[in-house]
Structures are given as structure tokens and as C-alpha cells.
Design a protein around this ligand. Structure first.
Ligand SMILES: [Fe+2]
Length: 390
């Protein structure tokens, strides 16, 4: 290994806590280990906390004019209700969400599950309002597409990722291990699939450490910028692809940006730098470690479960799924991309290509500078947009 690469590796000063302290760094995270440590990642909201959230969500609906006709929630109302909760001293909902997001997701093992929002009891508009408020308690929300959607709908839209402008969360295909473009990604499960759709998480430092131990000759390919496809979400004046390393070590923090399909489809652009045969071997090895069951923690999200993941210190995957035939029973998750203002790690300037900026509270997301953020509580306007585009 070249000595400068060794110096880069040696510069890791802030290994992600729980993964290292609890031997995850070397062992990865198996389902057994994770299950033994449920108190570290599994949290419940009390009745009082649900009541607080319910009241705030009702207020958002009251302030969202004609939300039943337009499917739109007022983000100004979400902001107002979130601020009311934040100003309410000693509010246990705020304290709990702050503890989970800062101590477990941003600094700890990088993931947490919060059970369980009463999705069967509430109208879907109220579920969406409550989820926006909970996410906003973690930090500002970032847009997930060029239409400025701050509330994503993860469902099978009848699309295929063979189309290079389609993003994999819009399909029923397996996603493969990847990171999203934000500090934290949150998912709320409204309905799971009939079969499949299992969520799996691996630890970035565990993968890095395993490569260092077994194939350190491949690390240079994973520490140098590689071309990644933007899948049609191109910022003004930007290129359809960007250059980013898989692993970045910056101010002592190891962070990862990864989506294999987007690395590979960048090669459709003639001016994108080519992947060498060693690069391909390194990416294949990276994938094989992520796919090793002993490195993974798998979970099936049940209705009302919220999953929070740190994109810098974990990668996640979702297996392919089969839906019920009835549209009203199909798998449906709500997604938020969150940029906390406090407690986040510094990110290298090169991340600005993907994140817009590396400034905490404003980084991450995709989309345009001047877009107006919107939040649809229902899938139907999104299906309508898909129909218009195809
Ligand atoms: Fe994702």
C-alpha cells in the first residue's frame, strides 16, 4: 500500500463509537448481536408523547387549507408546530427525539427504530404531518427531487431502474447497499409489502476495516474520486455526473457515499472518467462484504415503525418485494432527508458536489437552489407526475 494511503487511513481519529467499542468494527453487525443490544436501537413513544404529536399534527391539518383536495400539507405550519414543541421546556418528546438522533444515530451505532406511530388510527394526512414534525425535530428537511418534495413516497410506481432517469426507490426492485444524500434518512412504514421489502444495514467502518485487513491493495480505488451518475437530477450548470470517492477521511472522520448502480451508469457519459479493472474489482469486493450476512443487521419494518439511519456511517439495502394486488394494500413508506444543525460531523468540501454545500443544517438533498419545498401527504399527485413524464 502506498505510504500516503497509509497516512490517510491513520488519520481516522473519530471512529464511530458503538461500532468500535462493541467490536462491531472487526465483526460487522450480525442480527444476533444487534438483537442482544435492542435497548441501544429500539425506542418507543409513550402515550403522552403520542398525544403531543397527535395534537401538533392536527394543528398542521387545520392550517393546511384544502389539504384533502390538493394533497398538500403546509410546511410553514409544520415549522410553527415544531417550534412550539421545541419551546415547550421539559417536553419529553423533544428530549427523546434529540437523544435518539444525536446519541444513537449521529454519534452512536448510526441507526435507530422508533415504534410505533398509530398509522392505522390516523388519516394518512395526519400520519404525514406527524412524521414531518418528528423529522423536523431532528433537523431541517432537505428536498429529495427536483420538484422540491421534502416528503418522499417510497413505493412501486411501476417503473424500472433500467431507465437511467429512474431512482431505485420508485421501483419494487432490490436496491443493493447504498447511502442516501443527507446526514440522516428517515423512513416511516405505513404498510409493508406482502412479501420481501426487508431492510438491511451495514456499518461503514466495519466494511472499511475488513477491506484494510484483507485487501488493502484495493483501498486506493475506494479513496479516489470515481464518477457517479446524477440520474437526471442535475443542478443548474452542473454535469450529469459528479466525482466522489467511496470513502472519505476528513478531520478524522471516515464517511462513505455509495450507490453502485449510479457509479456504473456514469459510464454512459463519454466524458466521465473510466473505471479501471482494479476499480471494478474494488467495487465488487466492497459489494461482496456488504452482502455478507455476518456483516448485516436485517429488519422488517412494521406499520408505524420509523427507521433513522446515518448515511455517513452506515449503508442500507432493501430487498425486492411483492405487493398485494389491491392498490390500498400496497407497500408504502414515507421518507425524509434530514440535515441537523448540531451534532453532525464535518464533511470534506468534495461532498458539496452531491450535498450542494457542506454547511450543517443546509447540506444534502437534490434539487434546485430556488425551488419551493412542498410536501404531499398522498401518493396520487406523484403517480400523476410519473404518468405525465412517461
Ligand atoms: Fe436509500
Amino acid at each position: 500500500m502506498a505510504s500516503n494511503i497509509q497516512e490517510i487511513i491513520d488519520s481516522i481519529q473519530h471512529p464511530d463509537e458503538a461500532w468500535t467499542r462493541d467490536s462491531y468494527l472487526k465483526e460487522g453487525i450480525s442480527a444476533i448481536e444487534a438483537n442482544e443490544l435492542r435497548e441501544k436501537w429500539l425506542f418507543h413513544l409513550s402515550k403522552d408523547e403520542i398525544d403531543l404529536l397527535s395534537h401538533a399534527a392536527d394543528n398542521v391539518l387545520k392550517q393546511s387549507e384544502q389539504y384533502l383536495e390538493t394533497f398538500l400539507l403546509s410546511l410553514a405550519a409544520v415549522e410553527l408546530e415544531t417550534n412550539k414543541l421545541l419551546k415547550d421546556e421539559g417536553n419529553s418528546l423533544v428530549e427523546k427525539i434529540r437523544f435518539i438522533s444525536r446519541e444513537k444515530v449521529l454519534r452512536g451505532q448510526g441507526f435507530a427504530i422508533i415504534k410505533r406511530i398509530p398509522v392505522e388510527l390516523w388519516h394518512q394526512a395526519k400520519v404525514a404531518a406527524a412524521y414531518l414534525i418528528l423529522s423536523r425535530l431532528v433537523g431541517p428537511l432537505r428536498p429529495q427531487n427536483k420538484a422540491g418534495h421534502t416528503l418522499g413516497h417510497v413505493a412501486d410506481l411501476g417503473l424500472s431502474s433500467d431507465n437511467p432517469n429512474v431512482r431505485v426507490y420508485q421501483t419494487k426492485e432490490r436496491q443493493t447497499f447504498h447511502t442516501d444524500s443527507s446526514d440522516i434518512v428517515g423512513l416511516l412504514c405505513i404498510r409493508p409489502a406482502k412479501e420481501g421489502g426487508i431492510s438491511a444495514v451495514v456499518s461503514t467502518p466495519a466494511i472499511f476495516e475488513r477491506i484494510k485487513e484483507t485487501r488493502s491493495d484495493l483501498l486506493p480505488s475506494l479513496l479516489k474520486p470515481l464518477a457517479a451518475d446524477r440520474r437526471g437530477e442535475i443542478p443548474p450548470g452542473g454535469q450529469p455526473y459528479f466525482m466522489i470517492p467511496v470513502f472519505s477521511i476528513y478531520e478524522g472522520y471516515l464517511s462513505c457515499i455509495y450507490q453502485r448502480q449510479y457509479l456504473d451508469s456514469s459510464q454512459r457519459f463519454p466524458d466521465a472518467p473510466r473505471q479501471t479493472s482494479v476499480d471494478v474489482e474494488a467495487l465488487n469486493y466492497f459489494d461482496s462484504l456488504c452482502n455478507d450476512p455476518s456483516m448485516q443487521f436485517s429488519m422488517r419494518l412494521e406499520p408505524g415503525d420509523i427507521q433513522l439511519l446515518n448515511n455517513h456511517s452506515t449503508l442500507h439495502d432493501r430487498s425486492a418485494f411483492i405487493d398485494y394486488p389491491e392498490p390500498s394494500l400496497r407497500r408504502h413508506l414515507l421518507r425524509t432527508w434530514i440535515a441537523p444543525e448540531e451534532g453532525v460531523r464535518p464533511l470534506p468540501p468534495i461532498f458539496a458536489q452531491r450535498y450542494g454545500t457542506v454547511e450543517p443544517g443546509k447540506r444534502g438533498g437534490v434539487g434546485l437552489v430556488d425551488q419551493i419545498p412542498v410536501a404531499y401527504w398522498d401518493l396520487s399527485p406523484i403517480l400523476q407526475e410519473v404518468k405525465l413524464e412517461t
